[in-house]
Design a protein. Structure first.
Length: 551
């Protein structure tokens, strides 16, 4: 398989993320599938930032350790990444880097002075140098710059051309026949999916790695028809969202683990009041502040059990941008049909990673519209129907008296402490969860990939699916990836594991949270491979660990 990996590295404030995206778009225009991951400390200036772009002739959603090209804006990039340069092409800035002898070198200071260009355009010079070394036609560079660079395009093109002419061709990146595709981050795909599902309000307080979803929706609010609100804190977020929802506005909120901690009392109100609400929880390393800009999968138990008391919830954990789009739309439809909280459980790797995007192979998750009041009988907000789903009416509707109550209540929403009514309403709420589980059985909520009859399988969830799939392909294994984690798809996972003698759980946490959840339902993993340092698995790293576990 044609497979190329590139790192762009520099300091915070150097525009490394944007430079990486331009490199990804260059490969995209050459016909490659692309995946990009960004790594940065929690600093506004300084530190070491880098973007890793992987391009291949087949879809990829994970990284490899070894590099083919290294673009170094500073010495720290050489220090941290040169060991991964096995026969790779190195392009560096002579003003800040003491490169090894095999480096292709340009002086950003002299190029920018000649073009009277600002320092930020130095990225364009480095990209120009890279494209010449990689044999990428400058016409492709100019096309990508004009399409994906928002400011000072002509000046950036001139800077890139100057650097392009100073470098020699080293190793050609072959052009492929595939047409360019959309390139989306996971958060962008979540935002588009929620809009497709009918969300018309998004409320959030910024918290990495969910913040870029807030920025994306705010920038595209008019085009997507979404009202975006930034309240003063996370408590205000969920209380405002509950108010929007009770007024009939399809609403979503977003945060990470620390922000979600503050929302749990409001979530209990969501459950008791049977309010439809979508919650995007993008995980990072914890506990507490943890690593604010690094990834993790340690909040699964928290999301499954947050809030006091018992009420149904829907939890979906997509693994890439395509799944994020489809299942974010589905989460909106589930929340509104069943009048429950629906969680989109992401992580930093998914939220801030960028992917080639296409929907051809994705199943559409259709849901009936929520039941509405027939206006023939007096309105009861919590009417106990056969399926437990009460018809909806909203404020200002004629003749509808609507009481939304956090206290135990009767069918009309009137506070009660009568034992029989309290039990009736509890059974009603839980019955909706049972019906949702039955409906979800109609869809493929567990993905099975790799070798169908393999006796060894990898059990994974979320962004771990990418490296697991590649390792399984190399070793002839099966991959079992539950997309929906609540209601837990016991039947579909058991079917996927039929004939498997050795189930290996692969997770980004220290306590094997999916593995222990599966064990509660009688599906036991024989061994676990866990990573909890804030970084995602690379394919090479996981391959070695799986070989050891399967031996």
């Amino acid at each position: 398989m044609k497979d190329v990996s590139v790192i762009v590295g520099g300091k915070a404030g150097d525009g490394i993320n944007n430079a990486g995206l331009i490199v990804a778009h260059l490969f995209n225009h050459l016909g490659y599938f692309v995946y990009m991951d960004i790594d940065y400390p929690s600093l506004i200036r300084g530190g070491h930032n880098f973007a890793v772009v992987r391009a291949a002739e087949k879809p990829v959603t994970a990284l490899k350790k070894t590099l083919d090209y290294l673009i170094a804006l500073d010495q720290e990039t050489i220090r941290q990444h040169y060991d991964a340069c096995r026969n790779c092409v190195l392009i560096s800035n002579a003003d800040t880097v003491k490169p090894p002898q095999d480096s292709q070198v340009i002086s950003l200071k002299s190029i920018l002075a000649a073009e009277t260009a600002p320092a930020i355009t130095g990225n364009s010079a480095m990209i120009g140098a890279f494209t010449k070394a990689a044999g990428i036609p400058f016409e492709t560079v100019e096309e990508v710059f004009r399409k994906h660079m928002p400011k000072a395009v002509d000046q950036n093109i001139r800077v890139a051309r100057t650097a392009y002419d100073q470098i020699r061709l080293v190793r050609v990146v072959e052009q492929l026949a595939h047409p360019p595709r959309a390139v989306l981050s996971g958060n962008e795909a979540i935002g588009l999916g929620m809009a497709d599902g009918g969300v018309s309000a998004y409320i959030a307080y910024p918290m990495t790695p969910a913040s870029s979803l807030l920025h994306f929706l705010a920038e595209n609010a008019e085009r997507l028809g979404v009202t975006v609100v930034h309240p003063e804190n996370e408590i205000a977020v969920i209380l405002m969202a509950n108010g929007f929802s009770s007024a009939g506005i399809r609403t979503a909120i977003g945060t990470s683990g620390g922000g979600f901690c503050l929302m749990t009392e409001g979530l209990s109100l969501t459950g008791m009041a049977e309010l439809p609400l979508v919650l995007v929880i993008s995980q990072r390393t914890g506990p507490s502040t943890g690593l604010p800009t690094y990834t993790g999968q340690a909040d699964l138990r928290f999301v499954l059990h947050a809030g006091q008391g018992e009420f149904p919830r829907f939890v979906v954990a997509p693994s890439d941008a395509n799944e994020a789009y489809v299942w974010s739309a589905a989460a909106v439809r589930v929340a509104w049909k069943y009048q429950i909280p629906a969680f989109i459980l992401a992580d930093k790797t998914l939220s801030e990673g960028s992917y080639s995007f296409g929907l051809a192979d994705n199943e559409e998750i259709a849901m009936d519209e929520p039941a509405r009041w027939d206006r023939q009988t007096p309105y009861s907000r919590y009417r106990d129907t056969r399926d437990g789903i009460s018809p909806l009416a909203f404020y200002s509707e004629k003749d509808a008296v609507i009481k939304v109550n956090s206290y135990a209540h009767d069918e009309a929403g009137i506070t009660t402490e009568e034992a029989e009514l309290v039990a009736l309403m509890a059974r009603k709420r839980l019955h909706k969860g049972d019906l949702l589980a039955e409906e979800l059985d109609r869809y493929s909520v567990v993905n099975t990939r790799g070798t169908p009859d393999a006796s060894t399988a990898l059990l994974c969830w979320g962004s771990c699916r990418g490296p697991c799939e590649e390792v399984a392909s190399d070793l002839g294994l099966k991959v079992v990836q539950p997309l929906v984690l609540a209601p837990f798809p016991k039947k579909q996972i058991a079917t996927a594991c039929r004939g498997v003698d050795h189930l290996i759980a692969v997770e980004g946490n220290a306590t094997a949270q999916l593995s222990s959840l599966a064990a509660q339902h009688g599906i036991a993993a024989g061994s676990t491979i866990l990573k909890f340092d804030g970084r995602p698995f690379t394919v090479d790293e996981l391959l070695a660990k799986v070989k050891e576990a399967a031996a």
